[in-house]
Design a protein around this ligand. Structure first.
Ligand code: FES
Length: 120
């Protein structure tokens, strides 16, 4: 294990949860990190009651960006859209359970930015 990545990040990076393209998505978006060109696509199925019934992602990038997509999609499944829209930078960092340096903030927030863009 390196100093930079915790075991949880590496686990999600190696075996991402919710990877792929769900069927019947109602919302989707793609965003990239302009600093490196890495990208994430998010697919979301929103129910009539505005609940995130299903969510998945595809993407290419560093361990932090891909692990954050895996962790965030796990968290959002079954949650109200209104709650997803209100997730803060601090909450995203808390989910990752590692110290995020300013240089890696764009990696850590890429998935969240993509989710918000898909739901906007
Ligand atoms: Fe590209 Fe992290 S280095 S998203």
């Amino acid at each position: 294990m390196s100093d930079i990545y915790s075991e949880i990040i590496l686990d999600h990076y190696k075996k991402p949860h919710n990877a792929g393209h769900i069927k019947h998505d109602t919302n989707h978006a793609e965003e990239d990190n302009p600093l490196c060109g890495d990208n994430i696509k998010i697919y979301i199925k929103v129910s009539d009651k505005k609940i995130i019934e299903d969510i998945s992602f595809e993407g290419e990038g560093c361990a932090i960006s891909q692990a954050s997509a895996s962790i965030l999609t796990d968290f959002l499944k079954g949650k109200p859209v209104a709650q997803a829209k209100k997730i803060t930078t601090e909450q995203m960092y808390d989910m990752l359970k590692i110290e995020i340096s300013p240089a890696r903030s764009k990696c850590a927030l890429l998935a969240l930015r993509t989710v918000k863009s898909a739901l906007s």
